[in-house]
Design a protein around this ligand. Structure first.
Ligand code: HEM
Ligand SMILES: CC(C)=CCC/C(C)=C/CC/C(C)=C/COP(=O)(O)OP(=O)(O)O
Length: 288
């Protein structure tokens, strides 16, 4: 199908999942602001490189998954399913963007660039190709893709990692199951139809709700202990947000329905966003 360049650009922008990239960028910013100094050029390199690489990785994912996306209601309108972007084109363009993003990360330093590449490779190779079709633990391991964004941000400023960076990375790692199992519980019929063994597909609702509550509870110590590096105002924000998150996890435990799971999913991104924003804003104030 011959399409104009502007419409291709619109399709590629949609395929890159901008609704997810902003939070990955916020994770990279959160990592960067945990460092003791901010190097502006490196910050721009990791944000631009990370955005291109994560967008590219999502485009590769949607190239690989056309047949699954076709049978899932939620994903059946993607430009790849509609035939506007072919499998081969998505994989070629996505790979190009992943490589370009990795190279731009080199402007900061090799470690930051390595984390950008690692994030993309974990998402495409480990999650999409290897674990997603095979194991209900797919997203547990896949969660390291999000950690890589935070580590790329920190490494861009310092060329190394430290305890604060590890805590932020593991916070995102532990956040991912609660985020995704809530969505998968809401759309379990979709995943079942596509033959993807997501936890809520193969286990009863109450078991999935319990796993969401447990993983959220295990995440909270990582979120709160970052106050050692960010200070008391952060402690107040992280405790308040964690109480709110657990309130919705307990509601889901008591009533493990698709509707409650959707509420839990909708709370999860703002939870992480507010934690990351408070790190960024509080550290920014201390830098000034
Ligand atoms: C393997 C790990 C992950 C899986 C399987 C996953 C899965 C998903 C899915 C299927 C959606 C709905 C997608 C759509 O709208 O097309 C979604 C939404 C989202 N994800 Fe994830 N995700 C993961 C990790 C992450 C990470 C690490 C971040 C950022 C740090 C993130 C941020 C978001 C955001 C911001 C949304 C949009 C939420 C909304 O619409 O309210 N996700 N995720
Ligand atoms: C540092 C760096 C480059 C990190 C990249 C990390 C990355 C791309 C994480 C994305 C995770 C994500 C949106 C999964 C969507 O799941 P899915 O593809 O199973 O969703 P679907 O069911 O909507 O297809």
């Amino acid at each position: 199908m011959a399409l104009s360049i502007p419409s291709k650009l619109i399709y590629y922008t949609k395929l890159s999942k901008p609704r997810i990239i902003w939070l990955l960028d916020l994770a990279a910013l959160g990592g960067a602001f945990l460092a003791s100094k901010i190097i502006l050029v490196n910050l721009l390199a990791v944000l631009i490189g990370g955005t291109l690489a994560s967008g590219g990785s999502m485009i590769i994912n949607e190239g690989i998954e056309i047949n699954k996306d076709k049978v899932m209601k939620r994903t059946s309108h993607r430009p790849t399913v509609m035939g506007y972007v072919s499998k081969k084109e998505a994989i070629v363009v996505g790979t190009f963007l992943l490589i370009l993003g990795t190279l731009i990360g080199l402007i900061a330093n090799p470690l930051s660039s390595m984390f950008i590449l690692l994030g993309g490779l974990i998402y495409v190779l480990v999650y999409t190709i290897w674990l997603k079709p095979r194991s209900p633990l797919n997203i547990v391991i896949g969660g390291f893709a999000g950690s890589a964004a935070a580590w790329a941000g920190f490494a861009a400023m310092t060329g190394k990692l430290d305890l604060a960076a590890f805590l932020l990375g593991f916070l995102i790692f532990m956040w991912t199951p609660g985020h995704f199992w809530s969505l998968a519980l809401r759309f379990k019929e979709d995943y079942d139809r596509a033959g993807i063994p997501m936890l809520p597909v193969i286990m009863p609702e109450n078991f999935s709700a319990r796993m969401i509550a447990i993983s959220n509870a295990l995440m909270i110590p990582f979120a709160i202990s970052l106050y050692l590096f960010v200070g008391i105002p952060y402690l107040i924000v992280s405790v308040a947000m964690s109480i709110l998150l657990m309130y919705f996890s307990i509601r889901l435990l008591k009533n493990p329905t698709g509707e409650e799971a959707w509420t839990s999913f909708k709370v999860s991104a703002p939870y992480l966003a507010i934690i990351l924003l408070s790190i960024i804003i509080i550290r920014l104030i201390t830098f000034i």
